[in-house]
Design a protein around this ligand. Sequence first.
Ligand code: DUC
Ligand code: ZN
Ligand code: ZN
Length: 488
Amino acid sequence: MPVNPPLPHDRGADHMQFDRIIKNGTIVTASDIYRGDIGIVDGRIAAIAANLDGSDDIVDATGLYVMPGGIDSHVHISQPSGDGIVMADDFETGTRSAAMGGNTSILSFCMQEKGDSLRESLKVYHAKADGECHIDVAFHLIVTDPTPAVLGQELPALVEDGYTSIKVFMTYDGLRLRDDEILDTLESARRSGALVMVHCENEDAIRFLIGRHEANGDLAAKFHATTRPIAAEREATHRALSLAEIVDTPIVIVHVSNREAMEEIERARMRGSKVVGETCPQYLMLTADDLDQSEMEGAKFVCSPPPREKASQDACWDGIERGVFDLFSSDHCPFRFDDPAGKLNEKGRKSFRWIPNGIPGVATRLPILFSEGVQKGRIDLCRFVAITATNHAKLYGMYPQKGTIAIGSDADIVLWDPEKKVTITNDLLAQGADYTPFEGLEISGWPIHTMVRGKTVVKDGRLIGEKGYGAYVARERSSLTASQKTVG
Ligand code: DUC
Ligand code: ZN
Ligand code: ZN
């Protein structure tokens, strides 16, 4: 189990001087809630006590919750998305918006282009991120070309270097892997201790349905949802879980949208598999009806898997409450709406098939769960912290450096005002997209102060940090795979 490195000894406990003290707040972690002060030295938490003195920089947290900063482990930034389509966020705007929403770290995807090595792909994404970020960033690898060299040599070396998670797709031309390729990838991950995330939708079923819809002239945005039904997600979820069981390695089922997929996860756990479930705000707050609007408005809600019916929303809430889901992530995948490089590209105006898949959400993830989950009594504060920060850090090898409030951890801290009422509008979010799918949603409780390694990035809802402060984070292995890294 990783532990934080010791603090420097040159500041003795008796006469400790702190760079900053957060005073009088209610500290919340994944396990505890208590009143206390936090002393910060060199960007790390050096003391937690009932009453601390010894700093010229006091942050008054009276009446506020002091929580670990959010970690959003499912974020797409600057990812190539098809001919002429451009993501709405680069690392500057994406991390800025993340900070506005109370996040202190994100895990973004580095997509392997077919024919490229993973190292080449990483070079590209590091170049995009270097000097641009407002908060800390790590990368998952999307494996699209699992050659023997990639799986046999590259991936194990990259895991040693701190890239300890990968994603594979069962859908999308050019991204999807066949079952035999998924098995090879899972086996390589088992050997190296990488954690594998899987996008579960049956590509052949989706293509079949797209063909039928096109033949009928059913091309409106709402048909995105009917061509990607629950059965396509459930079947792929079952298959992914079965493949992981055959190889005997843990997996993460990402962006689960409905009860049937949840039940597959629960059944796999009952068989003894190590499975992590993730869901996202869109599956709690949106439905397929949002895609059924005139003037192409529905395109704003096109994402995969698509939002479903009210019963699926209820199921996902149930999954959050009962622990089917360990992770609550945004799946931030932003495209501008009124833009030829975004949702309303020329082909996208004619058929749902060409509307880029994905919605923005890195800034709204935490406020939505706080307001709809904590304030409405569905989950408690500790569970909120667990599924928005601590579990992400543990499962993706960043704990205890990140994801908690503890001696020696990075002072990645967010102050929440539980009384603040906010109506979501896009201009609050400082993102690259020209819309938010949650426009007009009334939120109770807001992250008003975001601190990364002890330094304020957002204060009173205003960005004051500078781009380039955010750093790349090399990771340990996942808490789930660490014990099996020597298997081989
Ligand atoms: N899958 C994702 O994980 N994000 C956005 C789009 C998609 O299909
Ligand atoms: Zn996905
Ligand atoms: Zn995604």
